[in-house]
Design a protein around this ligand. Structure first.
Ligand SMILES: Cc1cc2nc3c(=O)[nH]c(=O)nc-3n(C[C@H](O)[C@H](O)[C@H](O)COP(=O)(O)OP(=O)(O)OC[C@H]3O[C@@H](n4cnc5c(N)ncnc54)[C@H](O)[C@@H]3O)c2cc1C
Length: 447
């Protein structure tokens, strides 16, 4: 694909965060969106359970408290308030794009419930809410003449010069060519870091490149070891991505059982609590999994609400209507990330971070179920508005200086560099676990 060497905005990542940012930028901005592989290889397509919505003003206090409690009160209250207050608009925006969400006969939303929520407030479409949302966002972005989507183009670095970001260095996999792409604003929307670990629900390509790059450039990252393990993924001896069994199945009444088919925990506690209960039960029982029993849910509800799960379990040889399925926890979601304010601004001028890549503190230490699609969409839109309002303009000579400051030999072997980023992410997580100041440590290592 022909790529110019200059755009107004470059967005790295084509999940819900990247797409919603593109959709909300002014139409006179020339925008490039790159992604590592096909746009369908984003976690946004995988989201099953749903997306939270403030039901009404009476729900505000309990939604706020549920989010804070799940996050161990380490959340940024301003970010939580911003997300909850903006949630109805996010859902309205989605509906205006054609997104279908389950309704009752009277036309009002049918809400489901997941762990950590004191009330049902999750909008959903079957068990593939993410696919429904992302497909419609993509359809809308593809109609925009000011946005170019370039798949199979991976960011290897940002262009940083004199405390400003000037775009990205990327590798076009199909052309086997290095691309220097200058931009007035650069948006990191590269998702989570599950791909840097062996057992994960995430796409393997999501390895935290933005984090490694930011650490090397001295751009602040926060809570790099705040990684959520999902308590229930389908146990399989096969290698590869773990298939998620959404929490809303437990919200609808599924039970967790030990090796003797006895219930051992309250299934609707926050994720980290249920995960610990599952792991300690496995240890007690000496097993590689515990059982999930869906037969407590009416068959009609299972078929209509969870068709993809029924199908996938059948492919693995389980009939969910007749038997329990084996489940095991797996790495799922990244609460930490590139430090950003409520408009997505990072600590480097001209550089934004949105979606799972960023950390604006909204999730604290542990994300409340179904808050992440919402957060990604909402803060990506805010970043787009901030970029639209900014009067930043890069002159040709500034750009030349920035580009000529690059050491291009560092990008000779893109795969080796990306493998090194995975090592950096693992190192950073380990150091953070040991209480080391990761930002300072990487400055020592790379600056
Ligand atoms: C199985 C599963 C189920 C989930 N269910 C729910 C749910 O029900 N509700 C909910 O709220 N959340 C859910 N989540 C979480 C939610 O889906 C994600 O947090 C959210 O979609 C993240 O969106 P994003 O746009 O930030 O990242 P993603 O959708 O992951 O997109 C990341 C993009 O970045 C690109 N990228 C990465 N690195 C590079 C690079 N170096 N160069 C170029 N491009 C790059 C990728 O190609 C991809 O396009 C679920 C997650 C998973 C894995």
């Amino acid at each position: 694909m022909f790529l110019k060497d200059r755009y107004d905005v470059v967005i790295v990542g084509a999940g819900v965060a990247g797409l919603n940012c593109a959709l909300n930028l002014p139409r006179d901005k020339d925008v490039l969106m790159i992604c590592k592989r096909s746009p369908k290889n984003s976690d946004s397509y995988l989201a099953q359970g749903g997306i939270c919505r403030l039901r009404d003003n009476g729900d505000y206090d309990s939604y706020f408290e549920d989010t804070m409690r799940a996050g161990h009160y380490e959340n940024n209250p301003a970010a939580v308030e911003c997300m909850i207050r903006g949630s109805q608009q996010v859902i309205d925006d989605l509906i205006s794009l054609g997104v279908r969400l389950k309704r009752k006969a009277d036309g009002s939303f049918e809400y489901t419930r997941e762990g950590g929520h004191s009330a049902p407030r999750i909008c959903y479409f079957e068990d593939c809410t993410g696919k429904e949302i992302t497909t419609n966002l993509m359809k809308a972005v593809k109609k925009l003449s000011n946005v170019t989507i370039a798949p199979y183009v991976e960011m290897l670095d940002i262009i940083e010069y004199e405390n400003r970001c000037y775009g990205v260095v990327a590798y076009d996999i199909r052309e086997k060519a290095l691309k220097i792409i200058a931009a007035e604003s650069t948006v990191l929307a590269t998702g989570g870091i599950g791909g840097a670990f062996s057992h994960t629900t995430n796409f393997g390509i999501l390895t935290g490149d933005s984090l490694a790059i930011c650490l090397r450039h001295g751009i602040a990252v926060d809570h790099i070891n705040y990684i959520q393990t999902h308590p229930t993924t389908l146990y399989s001896k096969r290698r590869g991505r773990r298939f998620l069994i959404t929490e809303s199945i437990r919200g609808e009444g599924a039970r967790l059982l030990d090796k003797n088919f006895n219930r051992f925990t309250d299934e609707l506690q926050p994720r980290d609590v249920v995960k610990s209960a599952v792991l300690s039960q496995m240890q007690k029982d000496g097993t590689d999994f515990v059982w999930l029993d869906m037969r407590t849910i009416p068959e009609k509800e299972i078929s209509s609400h969870f068709p993809a799960i029924v199908k996938r379990c059948a492919e693995e040889g389980y009939d969910v209507f007749k038997e329990c399925i084996p489940i095991v926890p797996a790495i799922h979601y990244f609460m930490g990330g590139v430090r950003s304010d409520l408009n997505g601004r990072t600590t480097l001028n001209g550089l934004y971070a949105v979606g799972e890549t960023c950390c604006n503190g909204v999730h604290g230490k542990n994300r409340l179920a179904s808050n992440s699609l919402l957060e990604s969409l909402l803060f990506a839109k805010r970043a787009a508005k901030d970029i639209g309002a900014s009067s930043a303009h890069i002159t040709g000579s500034e750009l030349e200086k920035a580009v000529s400051s690059l050491n291009k030999s560092a990008y000779r072997d893109p795969n080796k560099l990306l493998r090194q980023y995975i090592k950096d992410v693992n190192l950073a997580v380990r150091l953070a676990d040991e209480g080391v100041d990761v930002n300072e440590k990487f400055k020592e290592l790379y600056r």
